[in-house]
Every structure is written in structure tokens, then in C-alpha cells.
Design a protein around this ligand. Sequence first.
Ligand code: ZN
Length: 470
Amino acid sequence: MSLSWLSGCYIFAMGILLKDATIVTINPGNEVLENGDLLIEGDRIAKILARGSGLESENHEIVDCRGKIVIPGLVSAHTHLTGMIQRGLWDETSFESWSRRSTATEKHFNPTPEDIYLIHRAACVELIRHGVTAVLNMFTLPVRSLNHVESACRAFVAAGMKGILALSFRDQSPDNAGVVPEDATPESWMSFAREAAALVRQFEPRVSFMLAPSAPQRCSDRLLRSCRELAQELNVGIHTHLAETKRHAEIAKELYGEPIVNHLEKIGFLDSNLSVAHAIWLDDTEIDILNEHQVKVAHNPSSNMKLGSGVARIKKMLTKGLTVGLGADSVNAGTVYSVFEQMKLAVLLPRTVWGSEDWVLPAEAFIMGTRGGAQALLLDGLIGSIEEGKKADLVILDPSVSILPTNHITEELALCENGSSVESVFVDGKAVLLKKRITVMDEASVISEFAALKPRIARAEAAALRDPSG
Ligand SMILES: [Zn+2]
């Protein structure tokens, strides 16, 4: 029993009843329920029933969802939220120069823990307004600092969102000269990772921890093996960039004398708790090997288009049985932190280069942005679909004209929704957005403080132009 906070009235309510909704469940049968009732009790989905369930007589807080659509909270399976400060910068003509300048800008900006707290809350505003309730944040910083890690965790808690803090590291840079930290032995990285994991654990279950080697070719085999061992010991997942550009795949072949995935299998790095971002420049055998080890893929079409990285063979992966989620990557690699946008581009992009047998269907893209992402975050027992007993991470859409008349609702959502229909967002049964108003933060002050960073960002941009090695 809880105080009724939706209406602001001081009455006691047993639960929250979303009444008469169209419910896009993404359950194993991908059912869409017309005029369904959904009862939230505590942080869970307690019941899903057909209209006229009679649950309204049990003193529940009632949310009238006639004409509304309820979908699972969207999941972003690969992002770098600190990239928020570099939106619009570095329209370079190669991945390498983009990467060098982006890294240098972050170094010159030199974010304080307070900056990290602000930037992450601003990113969460954007994510929530696009219906995203869980995000994997590949966390890269110019300095190793537990204070910065803590600030990112505190921001997720303040925003009421589920965050995976995936701590990024490397000890070599064959593809990015000049970005190796000074003290970069595997031992020192794993020692810091262990401390960071213990810190993040204090923010569970809202925030959880993963290890994130930047990319296999940016880590010695010794570091990758240490990472695998530590993941086992801490019982956490691993996330990494894989074969993002053609050059990355070529460098890996030069380093290992064989394709990168073959090498990763040989050193025992592949496992079902690994998710890989991009996975573009892989041959058929490599895709088969990833599938054998149940590795998950995070597809980032906007980033791959913006940086000219290539087109991942997603349909082939899906056909073979691989799990694929969607990510927006950094917004200066892509555009906005929207999973809806990734769904649309995941459908459109393959059609520009391949025959129809390799086209991704809109319904497949919607599953990637929900259940697939949850699997990549290793949270599919809790989120990613609307099923009784799962966490109440839900989005209520008040359909804008762009997704009407909802002839085939999942298809229209994947292809046409831009976030403007997002009306309310629940995480663990608590509204973080209610009738278009962010309830957990002072959105206006977050936005104005974030916008005020512009002169500092401009100075960092100028410094990166003068000194691109940072
Ligand atoms: Zn990335």
C-alpha cells in the first residue's frame, strides 16, 4: 500500500492501474493486447488482464489509458553519455581523426565530478523523454577517478533510471596513437576496476557494473584475460567495441595473424555475458563463433552512418539466432540518445546496400530496442518486455499523428515514432515522466546549467584543434 502520488492526493492506493490501454507486450509471443488493464504493485507488473478486469474496485490509483499505447521501457545497449558535450562537433572525414579529436576535446574539457553529475543528468532527461529506461554507459574518462564514477552513479539515481556503468580501459593503442594512459598495466587497471565495482555496488540495483575493454586491439591479451577473470570473480558482464571500422579489423589481423573473433575465442574471452558494439567487419565464421558463445551484439546504425563505419549484417545475425540490441553510441558519433531513431535506421540502412533477404523488418527492430537490449544488458529476467512479475519499466504513449492510425502498431512505432508521443515513463513502478513532466529532477535548471557549459566546451574544442593529441 502506498500514498497516491500520481494525483497528488493523500489517499492510500494499493497499486497503479493502467486502464484500457493498447499493450505492446514483446512477450515470447509478441502479443499486442487491445483494451488491456495493467496493474503495477510496488516495482513490479502484478497483473495484465483484459478490459473489464474489475481491478478498479480494489482502491488502485487509476490511469485512464483509453487511446494510449503502453510499451516496455526502451533499452539503449551502447552509449557514451559524456559525449553529450560534443554534440555537433567533429564532422571529420575519417573515423581516426574524429576519434583523436573527440578524445582530445574530453581531455581539454577535463570534466570535474560535478560536471559528470550534470552531464549525466542532462543525458538522462533526453533518454527519459525518448522513452528509454535502461542504458549501458561505456564510461571513458581522461583520468582515473572514483569520484567521477560516483558522480555518474548518483546521476542515474537522481534521474530514476537504470544505468550500467561499463568502465572502459585500454593498455595499447594501435589504432589511436597518443591515447594510452601513463600507468596502464593490466594490474593497475584491474585494481582500479575492482575499486570502481565496489563503489558501484553501493548504488545497486539502480546502477550496475560491467567491465569494458575499449576494443580488443586496444588491450593486450594479458589485460583481456585479466578482465575475463575479474568478470567471473565479480559476476559481472563485459562490454566492448568490436570490428567497428574496416581498419580495426585489418589491425586486428596484423596483430593476431587471424580474424579478431577467432583470436578472442582462442584466448577464452567469448562468453554469454559479453556484449559487443558494432560488429560490422566480421566474416561468416566470426558471426558463427559469436553465436556459438551466445555473445550479444549492440547495433548502432546512426553512429555507423555518421562515421562512415559500414553496415553491420544484422539480418544474418538474427537469422542465425544471435541476440541484438540497439544503441545510440555517443551523440557526437550519432545524433540523439533515441532508441526509436535506432529502430528506424536499423530498418532503413540495410535496404540501401543489400537485397531483401538481408533487410531488417520493423517488428524485429522494435524487439531489438526492447527485449534484445535487455538481453545485452543481462537484465532480461527483469525488463525488456511486459510480463507479469517483471519490473514495471513502462512507457505510456499518447499517439502523435505521426504514428496514426496504428494499422500495424509495432511497425509504425519502429518506423515513425520520434519520441513526441512519449507521455509518461515508469521505472520500477515509479513515474520519472508523468504527463510530459519530468518528476524526479528540476528539468529546467538541469538544461540551463548544461547549456552554460558551452563556452568551456568551445575552449576545449579550440584546444583540441591546436593539440589533437590532448
Ligand atoms: Zn562506442
